[in-house]
Design a protein around this ligand. Structure first.
Ligand code: PLP
Length: 341
């Protein structure tokens, strides 16, 4: 157990949240003369600031309490909120394991927080020996773990994450953007066991709603309260809340699409392994593949010329490009183009 008060910024701990008109009265029936809205139109009313319908659908599906759910305008908003809640600008530090998702670094920089990057080992796992001495740093408030990791695709070992949860006196943030494609269990079920755990998931990948900007954090009620205090009051639009609730209820389509993507992934792996441009395909628990090629810059640019856009990760992992699993026809066109370069 960590002492939450000790690691939250004092001004955030003391903050009185903005109380919106809809905080005082939340029913949908009535004459609303409280929020200076326009009485005409269909999108004229402010959305539910706490996204109760979406959260109750999520609660049922994920088997967690509604009180343990926070919805953000994409996970990117949640990452930024966590920096703002826990890290004093110019003073506190965060840590992550590189190579990983670029937003931790961008968000750290925006908030003027130093981000320590401990390199993953040759199997893209956490080097725990190298990490242990850093845990005693009193200014270290946050550890970001992306699992399955972007761009490497692998799941981070459970025992290493458990070690950090048990021994680090700050927040462990596990980004599970790709968990729907993996066989491993989510860390969501551990949020009541560790009071320093925040698990984030997103509607942008497996749920097919990147345009709607819906990220979800699962954590204890004390941290949920802080997230609610700091977020903009109406952070998720009504259109997006409705789109997300609708997508959640369509379980059949969700499962069907994941099955197609995973099937296509296997086909793509086989085809890539036969290509003379490919050195190796890294194992992936996600909907993308990290592929070492003969010359990443040349191949990436040649593909762009043919209007096939992959992600050049050469700067992060030598000679690697990251390929998202697309539709069958997209994947076929990609392979044919690659082989004809
Ligand atoms: C794509 C991705 C996200 C998604 O962020 P949103 O803001 O929810 O779209 C989050 N984390 C990682 C590691 C990702 O790759």
């Amino acid at each position: 157990m960590i002492n939450l008060k000790k690691i939250v910024r004092q001004n955030i701990w003391d903050l009185d949240a903005y109380t919106s008109a809809r905080d005082e009265f939340s029913g949908s029936e009535g004459v609303f003369l409280d929020a200076n809205e326009n009485p005409f139109g269909t999108l004229n009313r402010y959305p539910d600031p706490y996204q109760i319908e979406l959260k109750s659908t999520l609660a049922e599906l994920k088997k967690v309490d509604l009180q343990n759910i926070f919805v953000g305008n994409g996970s990117d908003e949640i990452i930024d909120l966590v920096f703002r809640i826990f890290c004093n600008p110019g003073k506190d530090r965060a840590l992550t394991f590189s190579p990983t998702y670029g937003m931790y670094d961008v968000s750290a920089n925006i908030n003027n927080v130093d981000l320590i990057k401990v390199p993953l080992n040759n199997s893209f796992q956490i080097n725990i020996e190298q990490t242990i001495p850093l845990l005693n740093d009193k200014q270290l408030k946050l550890i970001f773990i992306c699992s399955p990791n972007n761009p490497t695709g692998n799941t981070i070992n459970q025992s290493d994450i458990a070690y950090l949860l048990e021994n680090f006196k700050g927040i462990v943030f596990i980004d599970e953007a790709y968990i729907d494609f993996a066989n491993n269990d989510s860390w969501i079920e551990m949020i009541n066991q560790y009071n320093n755990l925040i698990v984030s998931q997103t509607f942008s990948k497996a749920r097919g709603l990147a345009a709607a900007r819906i990220g979800v954090a699962y954590t204890n009620t004390a941290i949920i309260k802080l997230l609610n205090k700091v977020k903009p009051p109406y952070n998720v639009s009504k259109l997006n809340q409705e789109a997300a609730t609708k997508a959640l209820k369509n379980i059949e389509e969700y499962e069907h699409n994941i099955a197609i993507i995973l099937n296509q992934k296997e086909t793509l792996i086989k085809a890539l392994k036969q290509s003379n441009k490919v050195i190796q395909v890294y194992p992936s628990d996600a909907n993308f593949l990290l592929v070492e090629v003969t010359d990443a810059n040349t191949i990436y640019n040649a593909l762009v010329k043919q209007k096939i856009i992959t992600r050049n990760r050469n700067n992060l992992v030598n000679n690697c490009i990251r390929i998202t699993i697309g539709s069958e026809s997209e994947n076929n066109l990609f392979i044919t183009t690659l082989n004809n370069l």
